[in-house]
Design a protein around this ligand. Structure first.
Ligand code: SF4
Length: 352
C-alpha cells in the first residue's frame, strides 16, 4: 500500500475537480460540504452549498439562524437531522470555543452530528491531522488494490482499513484522503468496469493483475427495507393548499407535510372518511402513487386531490399559497412529487 502514496498524491494534485469548498481550507466550508455530501452526490450538493453559504456565511450566522430558515435551506437534501446537528454544533463552537473551530480530532469528533469519517475529513484537510477517511469509495479502492475479499460491511474490517491507511499516511493527509476518495468516484468506479487504463496506481493493484476487480468489494446482502403505507390527501381551497407539521419526534420530525393517513385507501374509503368527518368537497379525484425510499424503510403512498367547499372543516392544518410553500415551509423530499401535482393542478385550474 505504501507504494500508492506518491502516484496517488501526484495524480490528485494535477487532476482534482474544482469544487467550491476546495477554494480554501476553511473548516466551516469543509464541514458544511462534508455534511451535505453524506448520502448526496457532489453534483446535487453544489447549488445547495452556494445557497447555504450566501445565507449563512459564518459559524455564528448558522448558530443564530431560525430553525425554519435552516430547514428551508436544507429542503431537498433530506436527512434533516444533519441540518439540526450542524446548528447544535455551531452553537457549541460559539459557546465552548469562542467561535473558533476546534483543531484536535477528539474535539471535532465530540461535536453533534460528526462521526469518525467527517472528523477525519475536516481534521486532515484543514489541519493536516493524520486521520483516514474511510467511506465506500475508499473501501472499494483499498479492497481492489489489495485483492482483499473481506466483507466491507463488517465494522472490524473497516477499522483495520482505517488503521492501515493511518500507518501509511503522508504529511499532506488531506490530499491523500481526498485523492483516494476521488479515485474511487471517478476511476475505480462502483458500477461498471473501473477505468484501470488511466488509473495512477494500476502498477500496484492486485485486483488489476488478477482481474478480480469486478468481484470486489465484497458486501453482505442488506435486509429488506420495512414498508409503510400512507394515503396523502391534497386538500385545496381557492389558491391554497393544506399542510401540517409532523410530530416533534421520529422520522422527519417538525418538518411540514400534506395531510396524511396511515394506511393505503381506495377512492371509496376516502369518500367514507370525508363523509364520516363531515368534510364537504366539490371534487375528489385519485392522483399519483409514489414510493419514497429512506435508508431503513420505504413509504408507499397513494394520493387524492380534494377541492373543499369549506376550509374550516379540517382541523390542525395551515393553509398556504404555492409561493409560501416554495419560500417558507420546508417540505421533505418524500412529499415533493405531490407538490408538483398541486402546481400542475392549480395551473390547469387557472387556465380553465
Ligand atoms: S487499477 Fe483498476 S481496479 Fe485497481 S485501483 Fe485502479 S481502477 Fe481500481
Amino acid at each position: 500500500m505504501k507504494k500508492i502514496v506518491n502516484p496517488l498524491l501526484n495524480w490528485y494534485i494535477q487532476n482534482q475537480r474544482f469544487l467550491p469548498w476546495r477554494k480554501d481550507k476553511n473548516p466551516y466550508h469543509i464541514w458544511v460540504s462534508e455534511i451535505m455530501l453524506q448520502q448526496t452526490r457532489i453534483e446535487a450538493v453544489i447549488d445547495y452549498y452556494y445557497r447555504f453559504m450566501k445565507e449563512l456565511p459564518t459559524i455564528e450566522s448558522l448558530a443564530n439562524c431560525s430553525q425554519d430558515k435552516l430547514l428551508k435551506l436544507w429542503e431537498g437534501l433530506g436527512y434533516y437531522n444533519r441540518a439540526r446537528n450542524l446548528q447544535k454544533a455551531a452553537q457549541m463552537i460559539l459557546e465552548k470555543y469562542n467561535g473558533q473551530f476546534p483543531k484536535s480530532y477528539e474535539k471535532i469528533l465530540a461535536l453533534p452530528g460528526i462521526g469518525e469519517y467527517t472528523a477525519s475529513a475536516i481534521g486532515s484537510i484543514c489541519f493536516s491531522l493524520k486521520e483516514a477517511t474511510v467511506d465506500g469509495n475508499v473501501l472499494r479502492v483499498y479492497m481492489r488494490v489489495n485483492n482483499c475479499h473481506d466483507d466491507i460491511t463488517n465494522l472490524k474490517v473497516k477499522k483495520q482499513v482505517r488503521e492501515k491507511l493511518i500507518s501509511i499516511m503522508p504529511e499532506d493527509s488531506g490530499s491523500f484522503n481526498q485523492g483516494l476518495m476521488e479515485l474511487g468516484e471517478t476511476i475505480c468506479i462502483p458500477n461498471g468496469i473501473p477505468k484501470c487504463d488511466i488509473c495512477p496506481i494500476q502498477n500496484y493493484c492486485k485486483a488489476f493483475s488478477k482481474k478480480t476487480y469486478l468481484e470486489l468489494p465484497v458486501k453482505s446482502i442488506k435486509k429488506e427495507k420495512a414498508e409503510e403505507f400512507y394515503t396523502i390527501l391534497l386538500f385545496l381551497y381557492q389558491n391554497k393548499v393544506a399542510i401540517c407539521r409532523r410530530n416533534e419526534s421520529g422520522l422527519l420530525h417538525n418538518l411540514w407535510q400534506f395531510f396524511s393517513l396511515p394506511s393505503s385507501m381506495t377512492l371509496l374509503q376516502v369518500k367514507e372518511y370525508l363523509n364520516t368527518n363531515h368534510i364537504e368537497y366539490q371534487q375528489l379525484k385519485k392522483s399519483i402513487h409514489y414510493v419514497h425510499i429512506f435508508t431503513h424503510k420505504k413509504w408507499n403512498m397513494n394520493s387524492y386531490i380534494i377541492f373543499l367547499k369549506n376550509p374550516n372543516q379540517i382541523q390542525s392544518v395551515t393553509w398556504v399559497t404555492l409561493e409560501e410553500l416554495e419560500e417558507i415551509y420546508a417540505l421533505p423530499g418524500a412529499f415533493q412529487p405531490f407538490k408538483k401535482v398541486i402546481i400542475e393542478e392549480m395551473i390547469n385550474d387557472d387556465e380553465a
